[in-house]
Design a protein. Structure first.
Length: 58
């Protein structure tokens, strides 16, 4: 996933950052593969959906 499509929020003076992956429900398998690779770098993943919120440690 090209990094210019991601929204990254950082707090000055700390290593903490939030990365938001804007997603469409219909995309190419290549895009989903790229997102999966980027998510492996995350310590905590919050998944939002219409009926479900899941917290998962990466």
């Amino acid at each position: 996933m090209p990094s210019d499509l991601l929204i990254t929020m950082r707090r000055t003076g700390t290593p903490l950052e939030f990365v938001i992956f804007p997603m469409l429900h219909v995309a190419s398998p290549t895009l989903y593969s790229q997102v999966r690779i980027r998510l492996r770098e995350c310590d905590l993943i919050v998944i939002e959906g219409p009926e479900l919120v899941v917290l998962r440690r990466a």
